[in-house]
Design a protein around this ligand. Structure first.
Ligand code: ADP
Ligand code: ADP
Length: 221
């Protein structure tokens, strides 16, 4: 079986995983697979999956593994994932890691796990200022990554909104869930020599250029 490229982003909510994954899509010719985006798409379209996920997302808890794993499995079988994918938001606990390892094992396994490090206070500032385009999902920040015109997406002029789960009370639970459930993945991937540490406090472009160097190295292994 041909080897594929699978990148798995780790980092607290707000660290910049989605922003970096999106920027890589074009240069790597790989799709960003964001479980949060897929859940939000289903919520918007009021599908069964969206309605199931809603109560968990509103609280900042993880959607049950069975549902999430099946959703990713289906997504990775789509033709645009034939060379691999950039995963942003999955796997998020040890059950999901085990399932993901099995999914990608036939294609050479995970290529690299970029860990974007950021302190909680800064993550909170980023999340509370985050704005998302209602139509295309592009992500902005009111101060750090502002659109040209306030409240309007640069790409498709869609309306920018604030995610319901980006309210401070929910963010606190999401940080707790990250440390408790996703934190152990750092040790897991470190032990497999796949972890690549990045300083997420740097500007978006600087994180991106460091990331590209690390990915190039990993692809030559
Ligand atoms: P995550 O996917 O990890 O939750 P996002 O990529 O959505 O994080 O970024 C969270 C917020 O912080 C967004 O509003 C984004 O525009 C902003 N952001 C992302 N990276 C940086 C950075 N390096 N410096 C400043 N702001 C950033
Ligand atoms: P962030 O980018 O801020 O880290 P996400 O958009 O990745 O947040 O996730 C939003 C919500 O979607 C999570 O709080 C959770 O309810 C749900 N979710 C996303 N990915 C997963 C996953 N892998 N497993 C379970 N729930 C998930």
């Amino acid at each position: 079986m041909q080897r594929r490229t699978y990148l798995v982003f780790l980092g607290v909510p707000g660290a910049g995983k989605g922003t970096q994954a999106k920027l890589l899509e074009e240069s790597l010719h790989l799709p960003q697979v964001s479980t949060g985006d897929i859940f939000r798409y289903n919520l918007k379209n009021q599908t069964e999956l969206g309605l199931l996920a809603k109560s968990y997302m509103d609280r900042g808890d993880l959607v049950p593994d069975e549902v999430t794993i099946k959703m990713v499995e289906d997504r990775l079988q789509k033709p645009d994932c034939a060379q691999g994918a950039i995963l942003d938001g999955f796997p998020r606990n040890l059950v999901q890691v085990t399932a993901f390892d099995a999914m990608v094992a036939p294609y050479g396994g995970v290529t690299l796990v970029p860990l974007i490090n950021l302190e909680d206070d800064e993550a909170m500032r980023r999340i509370t200022g985050r704005r998302v385009c209602r139509t295309c999902g592009a992500v902005y920040h009111v101060d750090f990554n502002a659109p040209k015109e306030s409240g309007i997406c640069d790409l498709d002029q869609g309306e920018l909104y604030q995610r319901a789960d980006d309210a401070p009370e929910t963010v606190r639970n999401r940080l707790y869930v990250y440390y408790k459930q996703t934190g152990p993945l750092i040790g897991y991937y470190y032990a497999h020599s796949l972890l690549a540490d990045l300083d997420g406090a740097q500007p978006i472009e600087d994180v991106q250029s460091k990331l590209k160097v690390l990915i190039d190295k990993a692809l030559q292994r």
